[in-house]
Design a protein around this ligand. Structure first.
Ligand SMILES: Nc1ncnc2c1ncn2[C@@H]1O[C@H](COP(=O)(O)OP(=O)(O)O)[C@@H](O)[C@H]1O
Ligand SMILES: [Mg+2]
Length: 468
């Protein structure tokens, strides 16, 4: 049997939660959320009808409740009949530090457990207990005694400790703990790491962690897929382009990259339109502020597009792991999605994780995605995007400008698809009122990828003919 941590997404990345009758460590620097984590765990238990006890060893109960976010205060008020506490933080100055001797402490806790029929406990801040004991071995045995005693009463416990140089304060708490969770504040975002769980596997690495007024939330660094989908043949919404690609499948990731001004968004608009015009849900997510233009273009196309969603996300200040879960919510029931301007996020540390998790999610759930990637520069260049998106893409299309007969034309080249017989030549396209117009293959010119093509090939052919 598992006991919920009180944080929904946390249970799912640690095998369902804490073991019943277990002793669990939460450690981290000051202000990382240890106290709120403990209280959140107990509040959830009390809301489910359990009797719980919070034991504060450092701070006084008054101080803690005064600082509590309003939403958590309200929650506490509703369950106060089942929420018990022992305030050693206030007793210590009055009764002297003797009150924190482990046998005195244990006596107080266990008698409360019996009296109130407690099933969950929180011991917040164990530092004061260890003031009595001269060495690590002794501290370890004291913590061990406490853990055994609480377990023998059937109680599931969280205890907290400070972090020093990356490990919990005494470096011994981990040994007696059934699970270990570390909380981190990077200076910008909060992170949570699971270091150990007994009796189940867990998802390693740093996960997003948020404190909000009504409680805590974890944003795992990976999205869980919702199940298998049947692979079908699909379309990009531009029939001529589909033919040139050969074949595309549901759940494919299609990368479309190129410089600004090449009308990449119009490919995106057509891609989702071909889904939402048929009663399915298509979502256009832009990380660049161009959603008005995109909406207008969809309207101009004039069909019944009530299932099309255009969303602008200002992601620059957002925790990328939170963003991952925000996007997941937006993709509920979606069939296709466009991610426009994902490159604005490419400098963030979590970007590789983000791209991998997001595109794995869409692929596994059969949501076709088009990743629109803006590449600086106008003419030529041989880049197609960063290694993360390139690696995750099934189809890659590069658009560019080329000067042909003194005119700047838009061309595309198909770099990669599932089909070995895809079009390999350069294809001119135009932007029309109702979408992208594929003009056709450009023959007899070479060097277009450099941006300044020449008719070398044609001249060579004529010369060869002449000498024959
Ligand atoms: N309503 C709130 N919204 C967001 N953050 C909050 C809120 N209330 C408190 N915090 C943050 O919670 C942290 C304090 O958490 P706490 O559990 O007391 O930390 P610890 O016990 O690890 O020292 C502080 O960083 C504070 O900024
Ligand atoms: Mg605290």
């Amino acid at each position: 049997m598992k006991v919920s941590t009180g944080i929904k997404n946390l249970d799912s990345i640690m095998g369902g939660g804490f073991l019943e009758r277990s002793f669990n460590l939460v450690y981290g620097g000051g202000g990382t959320g240890k106290t709120l984590f403990t209280l959140n765990f107990l509040l959830k238990g009390a809301e489910e009808g359990k009797h719980v006890i919070y034991v504060t060893l450092e701070e006084s109960w008054d101080d803690i409740t005064r600082k509590l976010p309003q939403g958590m205060k309200d929650r506490l008020e509703k369950v106060k009949d089942r929420f018990h506490y022992l305030d050693f933080g206030s007793m210590r100055p009055v009764l002297g530090r003797e009150v924190l001797k482990s046998d005195v402490l244990l006596e107080a806790i266990t008698s409360s457990i019996v009296v109130h029929n407690i099933s969950l406990a929180g011991l917040d801040g164990i530092a004061p207990i260890s003031l009595y004991y001269e060495n690590e071995k002794k501290i370890r045995s004291v913590i061990f005694d406490i853990s055994q005693s609480l377990k023998s009463y059937g109680v599931t416990t969280i205890f907290t400790s400070e972090e020093i140089n990356g490990v919990s304060r005494y470096g011994v708490e981990e040994y007696v703990s059934d699970s270990v969770i570390r909380l981190i504040y990077t200076g910008r975002f909060r992170r949570l790491q699971i270091l150990k769980t007994r009796g189940s596997d867990f998802v390693g690495g740093l996960h997003g962690f948020e404190i909000s007024t009504d409680g805590l939330r974890v944003y795992p660094r990976v999205l869980f897929s919702e199940g298998k989908h049947e692979i079908k043949e699909e379309s990009l919404g531009i029939p001529k382009l589909d033919n040139m690609l050969g074949v595309i499948y549901s759940g494919d990731v299609t990368l479309l990259s190129g410089p600004p001004g090449t009308g990449k968004y119009l490919f995106g608009v057509q891609f989702i339109k071909s889904s939402c015009a048929h009663g399915k849900k298509g979502v256009y997510i832009s990380f660049e502020e161009n959603s008005a233009k995109i909406k207008k273009r969809l309207q101009d196309m004039g069909e019944n597009l009530k299932n099309c969603r255009v969303i602008y996300i200002d992601a620059l200040e957002m925790d990328m792991y939170r963003l991952l879960w925000v996007i997941r919510d937006r993709l509920k029931d979606a069939d296709r999605v466009v991610f426009h301007g994902i490159n604005v996020l490419s400098k963030r540390d979590e970007y590789p994780d983000f791209v991998h998790s997001l595109l794995n999610y869409t692929r596994r759930n059969g949501i076709g995605s088009m990743v629109i990637y803006t590449i600086p520069g106008i003419i030529g260049t041989n880049t197609i995007g960063d290694e993360n998106v390139v690696y995750m893409s099934d189809n890659i299309i590069r658009v560019l400008f080329a000067e042909i007969n003194g005119e700047l034309k838009k061309v595309l080249v198909i770099i990669k698809t599932h089909s070995p017989t895809h079009e390999r030549g350069l294809v001119e396209y135009r932007l029309g009122k109702r979408g992208v117009i594929i003009v056709g293959k450009i023959e007899e010119l070479e060097g277009i990828m450099s941006g300044t093509p020449s008719k070398q090939m044609e001249i060579r052919k004529r010369v060869e003919k002449f000498f024959k």
